[in-house]
Design a protein around this ligand. Sequence first.
Ligand code: DC
Length: 230
Amino acid sequence: MNSIVIAIDGHSSTGKSTVAKKLAKALEYKYVDTGAMYRAVTLFALRNGWIHDGEVNTSQLISYLPEVNIDFEYNAENFSNDVFLNGENVEQAIRSMEVSENVSFVAKIDEVREKLVQLQKEFGHEKGIVMDGRDIGSVVFPDAELKIFMTATAQIRAQRRFDELKSKGENIKYAEVLQNVKHRDDIDSNRKNSPLIQSDDAIKIDNSELSQEEQFNMILKLAEDRIEKA
Ligand code: DC
């Protein structure tokens, strides 16, 4: 059977990773969460004290970029890939509110994007991959056989993120999460390098009113169809 590239882009907290992971498992494809890569670089910068009040010490970060090693390793416990930063499993650490609040500032740095896009292209070199992010269908794999663009209202996305953070024991207010979601939308959509846009050939799915299962079945069907045609 032919292997294809599946690009899943969209706004933050739309459940891209959940559906992408499930899809990769069903198709026996590789899965790459590119948001985790931007988060890992952000964690690296935070740990070095290079981000203060949304200001990134860009020159320091750029000069140390060659020393930032990002990889994924399969975790059989949750049937998923964990992200590693210089050999350390940072899958939990990159999901903190501190990283969420700062990742957009790091993700708009040209040199960071160049490095991560290059890596992403290498990961997808042999196809048979599901990759989720913001610019996968537009920049990383403009020729992807299937492109999905996921969205939902900011309120619904904030509620989902809030529930997730609460369940992990984070002491957080809904209003704060909503503000973070809106702020990230704004930065992601308006940055000059690879802004979040829907490619003309992407299929838009607004999942505000969809269950996870309905959405998954819809995307699986689209994928099977494209695989057959490939
Ligand atoms: O999907 P996420 O929330 O984990 O992504 C974290 C941040 O990384 C988000 O603010 C946008 C950025 N990002 C990006 O600019 N390009 C990607 N391909 C993936 C994520």
